[in-house]
Design a binder for this molecule. Sequence first.
Ligand code: ATP
Length: 359
Amino acid sequence: MTHLTLQAVTKRFNSAYAVDHVDLSVPDGKLICFLGPSGCGKTTLLRMIAGLETPSSGIVNFAGRDITHVPANQRDFGMVFQSLALFPHMTVAQNIAYPLRLRKTAKVTQSQRVTALLELIQLPHMANRPVTQLSGGQRQRVAIARAIASSPKLLLLDEPLSALDAKLREAMQVEIRLLQQRLGITTIMVTHDQREAMTMADEIVVMEKGRIAQVGKPLDIYRDPVSEFVADFIGLGNILPVTYDGVGGVSLPGGQQIVVTPPARAPASASEIRLLIRPEDVCVRIGSGAADQNQNRLSGTVSFIRDVGASLEATIECAGFTLTAATTPRETPGLMLGMPVLAELPPHACKLIAARAAH
Ligand code: ATP
């Protein structure tokens, strides 16, 4: 059963569309990420689901009921918004108990629930500590415990980890994901960090200028983006302007021909076409043999190397364009700046997509 559905949900501020006719079904028990660049409407969409913003038009439906105009405090959703900070004058336990106090839950039940939640967020020994004496990650966990204290049917998170440093942020991503799976609570999270979305989400909703650009499982979107915008936003990619003969033959920017697996969904013929190949799909070998069109083999020269120990990224100058290839120091030992290399583009890894419309 689908719990939350949005039908043509739209928000205009003055005459500008922040969210433009969004249709979406959020499956029960899943974690969904709204992902997109700054200003694409993620937060506005989440706030309409929360009841903090009223749609200009469209319907928000939850558990079979139209809740478009139900006030936020009557929706029973848990929220962790950047701006909804913890109460600084309260202890950890008092913060977590706050929504239960508001509901006038019996004192005994409150205390049992707080104990269980403290265990869940692995801070059982910190019940009486003022929240001002917690680390950023601990505070974030308390905020989540407070949001789920009253067992909401939906948890809404708006960039909950953006204030944390990179390492803690990655650890918290895993923690929140595991917690969400354990509780089976339907969760919607806003982020502009594609890696965070890929780590945590069952499904990603990629947004572009107030509209949904693509919805799907993280790896499906990564492997099969529907447009240049999505391909560019999700992960690193080589995106090259090409011409396509409609049956698998592609002409690269320098004029060299390669063969690709014809796409199931051919890009519209009117649009310009881009070839997408992810860096990890480019096979690099040191050497200067002849370019071979039958094997999709191109010759080039290494112009930059980013070697971070576990992985290695090489920039390769080919005739008429630049490629990025991801490899490892073990796979390509001895790779150095200025070296001639052969880069192979496996036909099945080459995706053809429509170019983004000119602005
Ligand atoms: P960010 O990642 O930067 O938070 P976002 O994708 O969450 O961006 P929104 O905050 O939803 O984007 O904003 C979408 C658009 O609506 C932006 O152009 C923004 O300027 C505009 N907007 C948002 N809130 C208001 C408001 N209260 N009044 C006028 N315009 C607004």
